[in-house]
Design a protein around this ligand. Sequence first.
Ligand code: PLP
Length: 332
Amino acid sequence: MVRLNDVKKAHEKIQHSIHMTPIITSSQLNKHCEMEVFLKAEHLQKTGSFKIRGATNAVMRAVAEGARFITAASSGNHGQAVAYIAGQLGVPAVIVVPEDASRAKVEAIKGYGAEIEYCGLTSAERIPRAKQCAKERNGVYIPPYDDLAVIAGQGTIALEILEQLPNIEVIVAPIGGGGLMSGILCAVKKSKPEVRVVGVEPESANDTYLSLQDGVITAISGTSTIADGLRTSQPGNLTFPIISEHLDELVLVSEEEIKEAFQFLLERTKQLVEPSGATALAAVMAGKVGKPNEKVAVVLSGGNVDLYQISTLLKNEMFNDELSGKKGSKEV
Ligand SMILES: *Cc1c(COP(=O)(O)O)cnc(C)c1O
């Protein structure tokens, strides 16, 4: 179990290595939602997502325990975060990525100074390889969510939210493997239990939703949601019990609702947030969270999206405009 004190200690340890990200507000958003919405801008975090919090806490723990080599299995935000902090601490790292990893992501990881190893196409192939690689070289494998130091690190985002917004009533965050959410719950429910915490999953990646319904960890067989950071097939052995005990509510959003939140953030607030990072806001904008006039903090969990993905996320919108003859028009 992760205690409030573990999260506080994690914050002391990592706060000089990460940004205290700002809170963004939009009167238009407040009007649309009929609430006071506060966006925790974690897409502006180092390496572009909150993953740097847990990765930093876990890598620092490993190094303090004598590790001289780090591995991880992810081409996404976790891989980038581990690569970055290992580089900062001067520890060599190998990041195991799928054979079809995008070049942009591989380049980002290399840019942080880590070595790349390609392995298979699924996490079931990558994770054992990363663990074995750590073993061979007396290193430590850093999991993306199911790890006490990672969970405590992710929870530091909630300490910042409670400090920046002392009167907040609701906190909304996305759930993939559940590291972010269980960290938030460990911080909030031990210090301000009256704050409601709501999790959000895509309808097609509803493994935590199903697990809560069944009361046991339940796997789904694969999903293609545009929220690629939320495509985990099941919640973790450490994260699920925390979520199951403390989460107030879990809501599901459609792909279309995620896209709408992505487009709103870009067009109205000028914030480039990746689909996973826009998922919590999607639930709020769709009226699925909160009551009128409540103060709601929404975690924008990351902003790593490449130009190709942006174009596909905007395509429908541009196509619709073309059909309705709006193309090229601009009101002044
Ligand atoms: C990893 C990630 C999530 C999900 O976090 P979990 O700890 O796996 O639940 C959400 N958003 C972004 C941007 C992520 O990178």
